[in-house]
Design a protein around this ligand. Structure first.
Ligand SMILES: Cc1cc2nc3c(=O)[nH]c(=O)nc-3n(C[C@H](O)[C@H](O)[C@H](O)COP(=O)(O)O)c2cc1C
Length: 324
């Protein structure tokens, strides 16, 4: 398949892997890129720009295909060294950056000058149009189903994607709830030029996370995610567990008086404990409703090949027959 996204990123298939905290290490990005899709290293999982530079070099040792880096602009008090991370990305010769969170306008000129393509993650049409207007090359449109931060508008992809297609001129990938070739064909029919997957890529052989995380994804159904931190306007879709249910009880009891400090035990610093140690009750971790569609742990190559084969079969056989 050839789309504006495969052309822009120089990849074989119109598939990318979204940045994921404590999942998007070099091993993950390289495995996805070697499968002909676009792997992404998660910038802020690396504690310093020097660590990110090292991670980029490690990834380059594992693949000669294009890969990208995610740079998430967090609403935090003590801001990470963003200029340092930008420099590590540019000096590392990375040609695609996935930005997310706050408006990336301040870093765009540096990436433009260095010939780095920027795809900004958006959860609404208005944010996607803003990204287009400030000069982003593409956007990733994340529907309400998505793992991580779906924003506050709650518009699912059946509505959000065609709305984005109607308004945008730059290419976009569909993100959130995507698992297989059916999702890819649906995304293309809505007007997207490709797909982005988070949760699906965690349940792969190469994902550098504890086996407990992969098994939790395979065991979960589409009813097992929860939205947390809505009262803080920082809504996150996570897989339920005892810590998440405790967090939700606090949100109900404290109402609009709730502060970040009230839920710090359930959300702060939990990613390494979950992803590396496999402590599945340690706290809240992002996970999409798409868990309901994930029943196996293939290699990234198998996953990508199956998606492409299924999509091509749907287009060439099922749809062709219906349309005839
Ligand atoms: C465990 C996990 C961690 C994530 N961490 C980040 C992150 O640090 N930055 C970011 O922009 N998106 C993050 N995301 C969102 C993904 O990049 C992607 O947009 C999302 O997972 C798509 O929805 P899906 O899970 O239904 O495929 C994370 C998602 C998951 C599942």
């Amino acid at each position: 398949m050839k789309t504006r996204i495969t052309e822009m990123f120089g990849i074989e298939h119109p598939i990318m892997q979204g940045g994921m905290h404590y999942v998007g290490f070099a091993e993950m990005a390289a495995a996805v890129s070697n499968a002909g899709a676009l792997g992404i290293i998660t910038g802020l999982t690396q504690k310093s720009p020097a660590d990110l530079a090292n991670e980029i070099a490690r990834c380059r040792d594992m693949t000669d295909k294009p890969f990208g880096v995610n740079l998430t602009f967090l609403p935090t008090v003590s801001s990470p060294d963003y200029p340092g991370y930008v420099k590590a990305i540019i000096d590392g010769g990375v040609k695609v950056v996935e930005t997310a969170g706050n408006n990336p306008a301040s870093v765009l000129p540096y990436f433009k000058d260095a010939g780095v393509k920027v795809i900004h993650k958006c959860t609404s049409v208005r944010h996607a149009l803003k990204a287009q207007s400030i000069g982003c090359d593409a956007v990733s449109v994340d529907g309400f189903e998505c793992g991580g931060h779906p924003g506050e508008d709650d518009v699912p992809n059946f509505i959000l994607l065609p709305r984005a297609a109607d308004e945008l001129e730059i290419p976009f990938v569909a993100s959130g709830g995507i698992a297989d070739g059916r999702s890819l064909v649906a995304a293309l029919s809505f007007g997207a030029d490709g797909i982005n997957m988070g949760t699906r890529f965690i349940a792969t052989k190469e994902a550098p996370v504890h086996e407990n995380v992969k098994q939790a994804i395979v065991a979960a159904t589409e009813l097992d995610t929860r939205l947390v931190m809505r009262p803080l306007r920082n809504t996150e879709r996570v897989l339920t567990n005892a810590a998440v249910e405790r967090l939700i009880t606090k949100e109900k009891e404290l109402g609009s008086a709730i502060k970040f400090e009230d839920i710090i035990d359930e959300v702060a610093g939990v990613y390494p404990r979950i992803m590396i140690n496999g402590e599945m009750e340690a706290g809240a971790w992002s996970c999409g409703m798409v868990v309901g569609l994930i029943n196996d742990i293939p290699t990234c190559q198998q996953l990508v090949d199956d998606i492409m084969a299924q999509a091509n079969a749907i287009i060439g056989e099922r749809l062709a027959k219906i349309a005839a």
